[in-house]
Design a protein around this ligand. Sequence first.
Ligand code: PHE
Ligand code: ZN
Length: 882
Amino acid sequence: MRTDSPPVIRLEDYRPTDYLIDTVDLDFNLDPNVTKVTALLSLRPNPLGRPNAPLVLDGDELLLNDLRLDGTPLDANAYTASPQGLTLHAPPQRPFELRIETSVNPTANTKLMGLFRSNGIYCTQCEAEGFRRITYFLDRPDVLSVYTTRIEAAVEEAPLLLGNGNRADAGLMPGTGRHFVVWHDPHPKPAYLFAIVGGRLDTVSEVYTTQSGRRVDIAIHVEQGKRERATYALDALARSMRWDERVFGREYDLDVFNVVAVSDFNMGAMENKGLNIFNDKYVLASQDTATDSDYANIEAVIAHEYFHNWTGNRITCRDWFQLCLKEGLTVFRDHEFSADERSRPVKRIADVRTLRAAQFVEDAGPLAHPVRPNRYREINNFYTATVYEKGAEVVRMLKTMLGDDVFRKGMDLYFERFDGTAATIEDFLSCFAEASGRSLDHFSEWYAQAGTPILTASGFYDEVSRTYRLDLRQSTPPTPGQPEKKPLVMPIAMGLVGEGGRDLPLVTDNDVALHDGVLIFDEAATSVTFHNVTEKPVPSLLRGFSAPVRYDIDLSDDELLVLFSADSDPFNQWQAVQTVLIRQLIKGTEAVKTGRSLPPSDRLVRALAEFTAATAEQDAAFAAQVLTLPTESDIAREIGRDVDPDAILSARRAMKRQLSEALLPTLERLHIKLASSDAFSPDASSAGRRALRNAGLDLIAAADPERGEQLAAERYAAADNMTDRMAALATLALIPGAGREDALADFAARFAHDPLIMDKWLALQAMIPEPQTLDRVKGLMQHPIFTLTNPNRARALIGSFAMGNPTQFNRIDGAGFDLLADVVLKLDPLNPQVAARLLTAFRTWRMLEPGRRLKAEAALKRVAAAGNLSPDVTDIAARSLG
Ligand code: PHE
Ligand code: ZN
């Protein structure tokens, strides 16, 4: 293992900087290979810092051309410069000006951090620590400055030049073929929110009028020729702006809002002030190119980045430990937005599926960390499901506990008090404590303690006294560095369900914390007695998934099926049937290991048949969720140890076939009813009908592959939209033979010119659960469309294989692990962030049965032992093995 692993940064070591930077004047002379950057920084000693301290500026792969203090070149012994930093040994103890000239090579920048080029478009990425790849700086989020940026470029190469803030000036530079634009951002901001863009782009735009009547030019800029595919994103942007005014009272604060889509981007998108830069996957959409889930993702990411303007930009983070302050809160806000724009229960189900698939898995493995970590070696590795998704759940719990009005009061207070500052989680919580008059000290443990709590419940009905007693217990398994766990504060939204789905009144003793059906459970164990319970109820706990916990209740399958058919909470209806399915799938997996197969219970089949016949059509999107079985990973997670992915796949296949056979007549009827001749619309209810029809197709194919193949081939050929085309292709992909290969070839021929669409084709093939897939993936790595240096391509092929194909990644011969290790080692020198992200696929290795576990460990050790690893990959490898 490499010895020079990056140093640990600790939350408790935080101290303010010794100097502040009030204004930054930047000048970019854009050139493909040698871009000159001149930075004029006005600095002064920080009254909260140490007097006479050296000035230590961050740098990363920089070349210093020139350095002046108050206009005069500095003496060589007054400073030390390297590509990784610049130190002034004895800076003036008064305001002073530093002029720094550096050069960078945007074309050679494969890390996609700092200034780089994507398909010839100049763009930047500065979060978390990319600004130091542009100029020497105090590159940390608590240094807020007002930026003015002049960008100069060849007109031919970059007719469009964008920066943060408002446009202040522009002009041609006669005789040079060059021009310039000056941007001024009046809002002080940390360097990670800085951005520029230069290139030839197509634009869609409109004028948005804010609630107070200010006019804002909002625009989406995309690669040439893709203008029509940007209109949905523009519409989503305007809806996001309106929603934030209505729901949080937040108005936009500049004259322009620009969104630029590029094809090479490490993450989803970035909230740079007034100039969001997006992975084009989250912008471009049309009927023929985007699936319904693409549309939903675009809407969510556009909203997310826009909402950061207040939660992230106006109020930013004091340090990177506070990342969840902006991310968890902003994810919560985008979830709420999508819930309001679409179906709330269906959105909740989808979000909980993601939470479990990504965050619960992370929390149960070697990479587990608190929502607010207290140490890190590489901050890039903490843009995780825990910080984002669990961070959002913690905010949701606050709202559930305090109620809508108090929550809004707390948010208002937060915006009012911390606007223009770099804040902490403590600051955030203090606003809700003040608004509610309640202490949130115990609640704040959610930010500090890692691991998914397990909530256990059992109930006892006493007919004679008409009481119902609910016994609750909670515990959290140990996680790395946290062997002992405390009880947490859990808001449990609940009901007692009586005959016909009626919610019985909840009458408790006075000392029980229960308001509006939300029980606050904050001890290791408790008992709650409900009075005047006139019939034996079925408890419905964690309605709407009111706390991010695993949940184990001693209900029979029959009782769960009562909730499925009758609970007034649609989330718990879905949850109940999923729980029954998971139980039966786990039993089925055990049976497979002894060569047997367990059919789904008659009652389950009957309940699903009734649901499908009676209610499916009324809420198609919801029904599609119900009819989508738990995934192989869902089952593996519930089994938790000694996992045999092949046994899980067989059990799931068997169960799916038997269920579908039983449901076949109903599914066929539904199929016909849902056939639509309406013109395509991406709205949620049309999408829901497509989802249900395609879920039905998938089940029909499981019951009767021949019929399924025929239906899928027809749908593939006749599809007038990408959702149906991809769903049909996915169904075909599971049926080996010429039909599938023909369809795959047809798809490749149709969309060969469009890498973003070909990503779907790569991903689909990478996820085929067959032994031949390994060779298929290796073959696809040689396909002309594939390149390891484009993050979307790498994630589509390698990421889908490693994270979306449990049986083949976890092959018993270890060849899947070896493939990932090879790719990570090859990619690391080019793009360490994406390499490290791919490597996190190993996070489940300890859950595997011993044979596979050994192979996974060997592959991980091979990565860890390689020379010259990036800090990113070093950190993930070390923690995964730790
Ligand atoms: N801050 C971005 C978001 O969540 C994510 C991001 C992080 C993008 C780091 C790029 C680099 O909206
Ligand atoms: Zn974000």
